[in-house]
Design a protein around this ligand. Structure first.
Ligand SMILES: NC(=O)c1ccc[n+]([C@@H]2O[C@H](COP(=O)([O-])OP(=O)(O)OC[C@H]3O[C@@H](n4cnc5c(N)ncnc54)[C@H](O)[C@@H]3O)[C@@H](O)[C@H]2O)c1
Ligand SMILES: [Zn+2]
Length: 352
């Protein structure tokens, strides 16, 4: 088992190891004297792994309650959040009890926000079951709900008390979800690790899953420890996301997040090339690895629709947007852009 300590406003460990799901009870017991553990999971994940999680928690004496949600972004809603809080209250959970999120980023974001706010904060454990959740959303303490007006509009920073990652759970992950996670893994490599990038070229991610999760969690940990509240360095994690979110929005959210991030990384690198921040080689290598992992690199949206979607994304701080720009594979910079400059950074294929 690999144990990665995280030292943010809350100190906790990210445990990674095959078969760890059956140790869930023991590991949660080691950090919590709770009487009750409430397990939150999507329908699919619950039917695959819910009983094992439950049995493991019961074996060490927890009273276990299960709250099953519908899969998909719709569950990150105020309504579902309200139902979850109501469920906790009806079952008389207290702030000394613990909420366990078993699932991907949707389950983790909803459960985290409920754990942060129910009685002003209760125990919270993440058990990521997607590659994206393992390398990204389960670590770092961002919790979120969606509003009609946009994704992740409500939320707070609330670090988990434990993250328990069993890579074997990802064996049942649909292929497209795996690929989405791969886009985020590639993002970490482009950000600050050329050797890791080359390794991902040589060895398929699923064939080195544990090592890849470890490397990515360590990278995210280092950034979060320096900038937990996303005022500086943590912005780097947005590589490919400014344009990626615009692509997602233009597609009416039919393009999956990881696919959109892949396209977004290509868009920003193409613009960086044209503006002299990186070389043709950087773009070529990025296109090559994304293609190798079966990820898309282009989207058919007009300059104007993408620009409108960026304006609507509410990521602007005043009139400034922080764009993450590759200088080479393994090095990126944060570039503050004025609102009037953004349009100039949206460059379609063939224009470079
Ligand atoms: N909090 C953060 O820092 C952060 C970071 C990145 C993304 N996010 C959020 O994460 C969400 C996306 O998360 P995601 O990509 O994990 O998607 P997800 O949670 O929607 O899961 C994807 C699908 O895979 C299924 N699934 C999950 N694990 C499975 C398994 N082991 N076997 C079979 N099926 C499984 C789920 O039922 C679901 O249908 C978005 O809402 C995004 O905003 C949050
Ligand atoms: Zn992402």
């Amino acid at each position: 088992m690999i144990a990665i300590p995280v030292s943010a406003s809350q100190e906790y460990q990210v445990l990674i190891g095959p078969g760890l799901l059956d140790e869930l009870g023991t590991q949660v017991r080691a950090i919590s004297m709770a009487r009750t553990a409430a397990l939150v999971a999507g329908e699919n994940v619950f039917s695959l792994y819910g009983q094992r999680a439950r049995a493991s928690l019961e074996a060490v004496g927890f009273r276990v309650l299960c709250f099953v949600i519908k899969p998909g972004e719709e569950s990150k809603s105020l309504a579902e959040y309200g139902r979850l809080l109501q469920f906790l209250a009806e079952n008389r959970l207290t702030r000394s009890d613990v909420l366990v999120a078993l699932g991907g980023g949707v389950t983790g974001d909803l459960t985290g926000f409920a754990a942060a706010t129910y009685q002003r904060g209760m125990g919270f454990v993440q058990v990521p079951t997607t590659l994206l959740a393992a390398v990204d959303s389960s670590v770092g303490g961002k919790t979120a709900l969606n509003l009609e007006s946009g994704k992740n509009q409500v939320g707070c920073f609330y670090q988990p008390h434990l993250v328990l990652c069993d890579p074997l759970l990802q064996k049942t992950l649909p292929e497209e979800e795996y690929r989405c996670g791969c886009a985020e893994v590639i993002k970490y490599a482009v950000l600050n690790d050329e050797a890791f990038f080359e390794r991902l070229r040589r060895i398929e991610i699923r064939d080195q899953l544990e090592e890849v999760i470890q490397r990515c969690v360590e990278k995210k940990r280092d950034i979060v420890e320096e900038d937990e509240y996303d005022r500086g360095k943590r912005r780097l994690l947005n590589l490919g996301h400014t344009f990626g979110h615009a692509v997602e929005a233009c597609s009416g959210f039919t393009i999956l997040h990881g696919h959109a991030v892949a396209i977004g990384m290509v868009m920003v690198t193409r613009a960086a090339l044209r503006k002299g921040f990186c070389s043709q080689e950087t773009l070529r290598r990025l296109l090559e690895i994304l293609t190798q992992y079966g990820l898309p690199t282009e989207a058919p949206y007009s300059h104007n629709s993408l620009l409108q979607a960026i304006y609507a994304d509410k990521k602007m701080e005043g009139n400034t947007l922080h764009l993450i720009v590759p200088e080479k594979i393994g090095r990126c910079k944060i570039l503050p852009l004025g609102i009037e400059e953004i349009g100039d950074w949206i460059i379609q294929e063939g224009e470079e």
